[in-house]
Ligand binder design. Structure first.
Ligand code: BEZ
Length: 190
């Protein structure tokens, strides 16, 4: 697979005839939505865990010094909490462009509370994409994130903003909080 997933994502026409649908954000979308949306609600998806396993060459790093950003990995019984946005289908073209470095659209049930759920969309970077980095020791990942910088800003800010946004949602994500606490100069303040 090439780096650019735009063409592949355009072939996923599932929501094209919907007036609106839910996009589930589990990374920067939790604290920053730079696209029009109709509504937003805290939500979760089942059977997935958030991991800093995707390389970022175009936002929080460069091809020579990639950053690390989040993707999802399957984990039976896990819940991944985030923010869901109700959007119109025409917004997807700009999201496809923004997430073209390895992320593919995928369908998931999005849960809002114990009774309410809806079919939704996530952007998912699997280990088959060329930018995938995978697991590494916590201190190695933290050192990489501490150093990386790209067109969207520092990788360190990405991690700390995510940790803060999850904290504000009342979500305890061990992977994210451990990584934030492992950043040089951060200690265990979060
Ligand atoms: C997000 O939820 O912020 C997100 C994560 C990966 C790709 C696109 C969006």
């Amino acid at each position: 697979m090439t780096f650019d997933t735009t063409q592949h994502n355009r072939r996923m026409t599932h929501f094209d005839d919907h007036d609106s649908f839910w996009l589930f954000g589990y990374g920067s979308l939790i604290w920053k939505a730079d696209f029009p949306f109709l509504e937003r609600r805290p939500a979760w998806i089942r059977g997935w865990s958030r991991r800093f396993w995707q390389g970022s060459h175009d936002h929080r790093g460069t091809p020579d010094a990639p950053g690390r950003v989040v993707t999802l990995t399957r984990e039976p019984g896990a819940h991944c909490h985030g923010m869901a946005y109700r959007i119109r289908p025409d917004i997807l073209a700009q999201l496809d462009m923004r997430e073209k470095n390895g992320y593919l659209r995928a369908l998931v049930p999005v849960h809002f509370d114990a009774e309410q759920a809806a079919e939704g969309l996530i952007y998912l970077a699997t280990e088959e994409n060329a930018a995938f980095l995978g697991e590494a020791p916590l201190t190695v990942m933290a050192a990489q994130i501490d150093q990386a910088w790209g067109p969207s800003g520092s990788n360190r800010d990405y991690l700390l903003n995510l940790a803060r946004a999850l904290d504000e949602l009342g979500v305890d994500d061990h992977h994210v909080s451990m990584l934030a606490a492992s950043l040089p100069g951060t200690g265990t303040k979060l």
